[in-house]
Design a protein. Structure first.
Length: 233
């Protein structure tokens, strides 16, 4: 048991999928894993372990934003010996060619968060995905006929910005989408010598102001979780 996770040693698999929403973790575990058992309910941050094609896998919520995610990721990596974390989350499109429901593999994550400025005494760090996981998720998506975009993203600390055009600068410098967690995940994975990848589904667009109807969300979310599970094998 760690401070925020009540699992006993051995109850969490070496590979963990992390949606932001704990109820999404429950839904993925119940629909995609065999014999899913809940290992955490502290603060309602549900976590489950079960089996995917015979291999033990866990799925746990991260909450929203880098501070929440890093508490859980730190404890998973340091106290439970987790080796691979795949975030399966949603994001907002920063480019007009990205449509609601599209999948994005985050190769790198810039951030407006100061967490790494604190960690690196004001210097910049480049949070990057694990190449093997990225390649394997890409190949799996292509083999399934699922179109994915691969590139850099923005992890922002703010959902409701005062300046509604804040994202344009990041888009001008190549960011495909914005979400709120990946830079924090990639940084801790590097620190603790683990593998990490974010697979994201576009749920809204900052360009067109569209957002996902529920049926698109239902279709898009299992697709990214299935790619994550297959990539973790
Ligand atoms: N901004 C930040 N995070 C997000 C968004 C967004 O527009 N959509 C989904 N996650």
């Amino acid at each position: 048991m760690s401070l925020h996770i009540e699992a006993k040693p051995g109850e969490i698999a070496e590979t963990v999928l992390m949606p932001g929403d704990p109820l999404r973790a429950k839904n993925f575990a119940e629909t995609l894993l065999d014999d899913a058992v809940c290992f955490n309910n502290i603060r309602g941050m549900l976590g489950y372990s079960g089996f995917y094609r015979g291999k033990k896998v866990s799925i746990m919520g991260s909450g929203m934003g880098i501070p929440s995610l890093q508490i859980y990721v730190h404890e998973l990596l340091v106290e439970y010996g987790v080796k691979t974390i795949i975030r399966v989350g949603t994001c907002g499109a920063l480019r007009k060619e990205l449509r609601i429901g599209d999948l994005v593999l985050a190769m790198s994550a810039s951030t407006d968060s100061h967490i790494n400025k604190l960690r690196f005494n004001g210097q910049d760090y480049a949070p990057t995905a694990d190449f093997g996981l990225l390649l394997s998720a890409y190949n799996i998506a292509i083999a399934r006929g699922v179109e994915v975009k691969v590139g850099s993203i923005l992890s922002s600390d703010t959902f409701y910005h005062d300046d509604e055009t804040y994202w344009k600068k990041w888009a001008d410098f190549g960011a495909l989408v914005v979400e709120m967690e990946t830079a924090g995940l990639y940084t801790l994975a590097a620190k603790f010598n683990a593998r990490a990848l974010s697979i994201l589904t576009v749920s809204d667009s900052l360009v067109s102001h569209e957002s996902a109807p529920s049926e698109v969300r239902e279709k898009g979310y299992p697709a990214m979780a299935e790619i994550a599970l297959a990539a973790s094998q």
